[in-house]
Design a protein around this ligand. Structure first.
Ligand SMILES: [Zn+2]
Length: 127
């Protein structure tokens, strides 16, 4: 595994996500306010429009949350490169498959532990 290559992939991925976030903010500058206060701007709008706007906002906020989550993962991966622990599974300490790291440069777990973690999240969601 080439660390330089992984580092480049992570930086490119971070730039891509930051661009996506900026695009969402640019399309909807009020979003940051509505996200903080939990309220929508434009209270004078027709109620029928509010439903659509609410839906769009909810969608945008969930995309932003996902992008924020991905950025955090990338920052963690960059920290692990500096610390020299990049490429090992955080759960079992084994080397993560090189193919997997190329596909998902910010991967924290080997495929087995990733699947186990996803099953755990799924169980929590069903509760
Ligand atoms: Zn593992």
């Amino acid at each position: 595994m080439k660390l330089d290559e992984q580092h480049r992939l992570l930086l490119a991925e971070r730039a891509r996500i930051e661009t996506l976030r900026e695009e969402i903010w640019r399309n909807d500058p009020d979003l940051v306010l509505s996200e903080r206060s939990g309220e929508l701007s434009g209270q004078d709008q027709h109620p029928a429009d509010m439903g659509t706007e609410m839906f769009e906002r909810t969608k945008e906020i969930s995309i932003l949350e996902r992008l924020d989550g991905e950025l955090i993962e990338i920052e963690r991966a960059l920290t692990r490169i500096e610390a020299g622990t990049y490429g090992t599974c955080e759960a079992c300490g084994r080397r993560i498959d090189a193919e997997r790291l190329r596909a998902r440069p910010a991967a924290r777990f080997c495929i087995e532990d990733q699947q186990a973690a996803e099953r755990a999240v799924h169980r929590d969601a069903l509760r």
